[in-house]
Design a protein around this ligand. Structure first.
Ligand SMILES: [Zn+2]
Ligand SMILES: [Zn+2]
Ligand SMILES: [Zn+2]
Length: 506
């Protein structure tokens, strides 16, 4: 049987929201009132109630022997929710009272402990009341709480236990802002809203589900959109996503704005977005008008997404670069040095080949440009030494929107980028050197020299004075030619005799 188009049922969506916050106790209570069996795991209980609400004929709810309609079921769910909400109010109150003391909060890196539970909730479900457990976003711009049950969703509909919130949780609005720092949100025209999963059709496929929303564009907004640097953009993210800072559209996405068909993604409708893929946010500016507009999204995907429409302003590369903290604000020099020392040191330990020297060779070639790094950028959480050329990397990401470390391939956002104080000092010091100077030798104490030159520098860049009093100080630092003479004994350094690749350790 061909799947028939099914619109998102507001009654069902409303009930699902409430049901997602129910404990087993409330679910059993509802099933009892519906005259349905109460055994099973939590997800099974939930599914039974949803089946009745979705008019699935194999589930017959009876009350006092009479068949009951979904409106009645919705009323029962609502009453149970209200009853439960009464008790969660008490929880909220007690939390407020203990704010100065211990707070029941998920793991957090910083102390924003005075979480106010009475501030407005900004949740894609549309409810503005705090209930049950609430999230707290790590972002600085949008951090109003959301309902945990609305944003933490099991990957597969069959999973009974929703995943735990990640240790660093970001709300939808922060996620979309970080997905592309070349676009900054000026105004949310449609606030982020849940795009519900498609239902399973009798033939096992997923129903095509329609989401539609009417939105108003004011005169002020309309005039803003006439300027070049502003766009009206529709965006979508997957709620339970391993790569939080990217757009992600459902399978079989199809969109119409004011009746005009708009291509949403470049991949095949049936093709999943891979780990290295990035979806785009179509620009709607030319399809909308001042006043009322209508957007319809159809899709067929069992996962839960979140969609919004925003006015975004485009940023230039210079503007985006200006968000990277100054070298001294990004990371403490000693911390960078500690990383280099650790990495230079473990290089000796991890090799199965005999180590015959006390330095490692480090390549200063940018993995993107292939030339020597000018400004050494890195993602702060990365443990490796390797850096990239900051400007080239930012420019690359204007197109790719990946914000993926080119060395360890982990996914981050612009907010994690810093200037590496250790390597940036080196690349600045050797700025005037020829383009062929690409390698340095680094000792485990952090001292370094240009590969091929005799002169060592201390970790802070100052020249290492020779210990042999009889000899003249070697000012190899200012000599631009690379000497081929054999290394003298007193430097105490031989090259690391391990079979590393030509690019050295990075
Ligand atoms: Zn919610
Ligand atoms: Zn946020
Ligand atoms: Zn990395």
């Amino acid at each position: 049987m061909a799947p028939h188009p099914a619109a998102d049922d507001p009654l069902l969506a409303d009930c699902k929201f409430k049901l997602n916050h129910f404990r087993i106790k409330e679910l059993k209570d509802v099933l009892h009132q519906l005259g349905l069996p109460k055994q099973g795991r939590k997800q099974e209980l939930l599914d039974k109630i949803i089946a009745v609400l979705s008019d699935q004929q194999d589930q017959h709810a009876k009350m006092n022997g009479f068949m009951i309609g979904k409106e009645t079921v919705a009323k029962i769910v609502d009453a149970t929710f209200t009853k439960m909400h009464g008790s969660t109010d008490a929880v909220a109150t007690s939390r407020n009272q203990t704010d100065s003391g211990h707070i029941v909060k998920p793991k957090r890196k910083s102390d924003h402990s005075s979480t106010q539970l009475d501030v407005n909730v900004c949740c894609p479900c549309g409810y503005s009341l705090p209930i049950d457990s609430m999230t707290k976003c790590e972002g600085t711009q949008y951090n109003t709480p959301q309902h945990v049950g609305c944003v933490s969703i099991a990957e597969k509909p069959t999973d009974s236990v929703p995943p735990e919130l990640p240790p660093y949780f970001y709300c939808d609005m922060c996620r979309i802002d970080r997905a592309d720092p070349f676009c900054v949100t000026i105004n949310h025209i449609i606030l982020p809203v849940t795009v519900a999963p498609s239902k399973i059709a009798p033939d096992g496929s997923y129903d095509v589900q329609y989401f539609d929303k009417t939105f108003l564009l004011s005169r002020v907004n309309w005039e803003m959109l006439q300027k070049d640097e502003y766009d009206l953009q529709v965006w979508c993210i997957l709620l339970n996503e391993n790569i939080p800072f990217r757009m992600h559209w459902p399978l079989h996405s199809d969109m119409q704005v004011n009746g005009i068909h708009i291509r949403v993604v470049n991949r095949q409708p049936t093709q999943q977005l891979g780990v290295n893929g990035r979806d785009d946010g179509p620009v709607l500016t030319t399809y909308v008008r001042e006043g009322s507009n209508k957007i319809v999204l159809s899709r067929s995907d069992p996962r839960t997404f979140c969609l919004g429409v925003r006015i975004a302003k485009r940023r230039s590369i210079e503007q985006v670069l200006s968000f990277v903290p100054k070298e001294e604000d990004g990371e403490n020099f000693d911390k960078a040095l500690a990383r280099v020392r650790r990495e230079a040191d473990t290089a000796d330990n991890d090799s199965d080949i005999e180590v015959v020297a006390d330095s490692v060779s480090v390549n200063l070639r940018c993995p993107i440009t292939g030339s020597r790094i000018k400004t050494a950028g890195r993602f702060k959480p990365c443990v490796h030494m390797g850096c990239f050329d900051l400007e080239a990397f930012v420019e690359l990401n204007q197109r790719s929107r990946k914000w993926q470390c080119p060395i360890c391939l982990k996914n981050y956002s612009l907010d994690n980028i810093i200037i590496d104080p250790y390597f940036n000092r080196i690349t600045s010091l050797i700025q005037s050197y020829g383009d062929d100077v690409l390698e340095i030798d680094v000792k485990p104490d952090g001292s370094w020299r240009v590969n091929g030159l005799k002169q060592w520098h201390l970790s802070d860049g100052t020249l290492c004075m020779p210990t042999d009093i009889g000899s003249k100080p070697d000012v190899g630092f200012v000599k631009l030619e690379i000497k081929e003479e054999p290394l003298s004994e007193n430097t105490g350094c031989l090259k690391l005799g391990v079979g590393r690749n030509n690019y050295g350790k990075w």
